[in-house]
Design a protein around this ligand. Sequence first.
Ligand SMILES: Nc1ncnc2c1ncn2[C@@H]1O[C@H](COP(=O)(O)OP(=O)(O)OP(=O)(O)O)[C@@H](O)[C@H]1O
Ligand SMILES: [Mg+2]
Length: 279
Amino acid sequence: MTEAINIKNLTFRYSPDDKRNALDDVSLTIQQGEWVAIVGSNGSGKSTLAKTINGLILPEQGSVEVFGQTLAEENIWDIRKNVGMVFQNPDNQFVGATVEDDVAFGLENQGIPRDEMVQRVMSALKKVRMEEFMTREPVRLSGGQKQRVAIAGVVALAPKMIILDEATSMLDPKGRREVIATIRQLKEEENLTVISITHDIDEAALANRIFVMQEGHLKLEGTPADIFAYGEQLIELGLDLPFAEKLKAALAKLGVTVPAAYMTEERMLDWIWTSLLKK
Ligand SMILES: Nc1ncnc2c1ncn2[C@@H]1O[C@H](COP(=O)(O)OP(=O)(O)OP(=O)(O)O)[C@@H](O)[C@H]1O
Ligand SMILES: [Mg+2]
């Protein structure tokens, strides 16, 4: 496997007067093609970590390697080509008057020839299933559609990695499902590395691995099953538990013997059906 990210002992503070570091001795690696979720309470350093990965912030102490290149002032632009970012507010991400103009914007900036540009815009819009909306005004789309257009704008630039910083947090459940399905599909088709920063624990449960941040530290890391096994300790880290895990805890309180391993909602439903109801 190829390493997408290798962060060693990264420490960062926005201002010398801050009472603590925004990132404190963070070390982690992410493999190419992985889907990683970063969770943690407000101010724990998630966005700061994302900003160091695409060079919006340069490390003061420690190092950040992105696809084998050590981040430094000279190669920020090279690295940024490989790392696309999508942010929280769908309305703050548009620069074009129409959907197609908007997706074309980054390509225009890179001086891509017109024919190729038209092709890449179309292909990116197809990938997020928004091609029918090409000539529409972005303001007239739903939140989920807007975020899919924002993703198309990133995908058109063919990055190897996409970072979603709470990109679904302002969407309704349908919008969230649309965006997550889009990301899943892109990940399969393009072997994209995905970093999703989220407060939605059910969304985090979809990742291959979860990183839990607390006050600038990387507190826990593991598969969703590993992480959810911490149970109520997670609440102290400012996290919620997935619905299936809450249900398990409630059943345990009623004296029901429940399996220790993490289960998705579907598996939980199966288990309830076969082990509890069919007895
Ligand atoms: N631009 C900035 N200037 C100064 N301090 C900042 C800046 N951005 C973040 N911080 C501080 O750095 C720390 C980490 O913030 P960060 O935005 O990375 O947290 P976060 O985990 O993304 O939080 P949230 O869940 O609220 O988005 C916090 O203490 C925050 O106050
Ligand atoms: Mg943030």
